[in-house]
Design a protein around this ligand. Structure first.
Ligand SMILES: Cc1cc2nc3c(=O)[nH]c(=O)nc-3n(C[C@H](O)[C@H](O)[C@H](O)COP(=O)(O)O)c2cc1C
Length: 259
């Protein structure tokens, strides 16, 4: 394994959920945003909204960046050239999500390299009406993710990851057998249990239709993620409506001009 300052920042990443009140200097903020913008892009279809009111942020972090996919401004650029967008919303969104995600991750790496802590907030897009109102979002601007940042007031350990041979396949996807799956689950679950992660964070997602049989002694990462993916957001129409609130149509367009 090669080490250099960049690799060490990447390998030292862990989400921070407790922050000091120390203000983040403007120069640091500017550097974070510049580093975000320097990410590779397909179309630069994203915008970043910064809020500095710690009292309103998760974990009372001093900074909240909301990284949005933004087709509004690119449509303005195209209009100035006499074009209108014909690429469908789902394809354009796919590219824009890539752009926004790489910018977000560059910001996280830049911040962590300067001693700040960070934590992504993945629920931000779901509060569509509140977001539009609070951030004055025009149509076709959708928050993708929030990132809180500030100086850490905790020093948690680095969290486990899946084994490399469960993640990297050379050339072709490898057939996974039960042993692979068990080994991967064990690496994650034992790792999280050894850190007392869910007990320390007092998090155990409720079961919607079954009786609880877990305690913090055996509730771990694969159970946690299974409860999310096995219970949450089952209704595709609700998701269509969510995208529509932001001005995106992710289903087949009704053609009104055809007989
Ligand atoms: C897209 C995304 C959304 C996330 N949303 C949340 C969140 O809402 N709340 C939270 O506390 N952590 C959130 N996280 C942080 C993850 O829980 C964390 O990255 C993961 O557990 C791995 O831990 P680590 O970042 O400490 O390595 C999110 C991370 C990502 C990438």
């Amino acid at each position: 394994m090669i080490h250099n300052p960049t690799i060490d920042v990447l390998l030292g990443h862990r989400s921070i959920r407790k922050y000091t009140r120390q203000a983040v200097p403007d120069e640091v903020i500017d550097t974070i945003v510049t580093a975000g913008q320097q990410a590779a892009f397909a179309h630069q279809c994203y915008s970043i909204i910064l809020c500095k009111d710690a009292s309103k942020h998760a974990f009372n972090a001093p900074l909240l960046f909301t990284v949005c996919v933004d087709l509004h401004k690119m449509e303005k650029v195209m209009a100035a050239r006499g074009w209108q967008r014909e690429m469908c919303d789902s394809a354009t969104l796919l590219f824009s999500i890539q752009d926004a995600a790489y910018a977000a991750q560059n910001m996280v790496i830049a911040a962590e390299s300067m001693g700040l802590g960070t934590c992504y907030l993945g629920f931000v897009p779901f509060a569509a009406e509140a977001n539009k109102e609070r951030m004055n979002l025009p149509e076709k601007v959708m928050p993708l993710v929030g990132i809180v940042m500030g100086y850490p007031d905790q020093n948690p350990p680095v969290r486990p990851r899946f084994p490399k041979d469960f993640t990297l396949f050379e050339g072709r996807y490898r057939q996974l057998d039960d042993t692979d799956v068990t080994k991967a689950m064990e690496q994650m679950d034992k790792g999280y249990l050894a850190q007392n992660y869910y007990r320390n964070n007092n998090v155990m997602l409720p079961l919607e239709e079954k009786e609880e049989s877990y305690t913090f002694s055996d509730y771990s990462w694969t159970e946690h993620i299974s409860r999310k993916l096995g219970q949450w957001e089952r209704d595709p129409e609700k998701m269509e409506a969510l995208f529509a609130t932001y001005g995106f149509c992710i289903t087949k367009k009704e053609k009104t001009d055809e007989i």
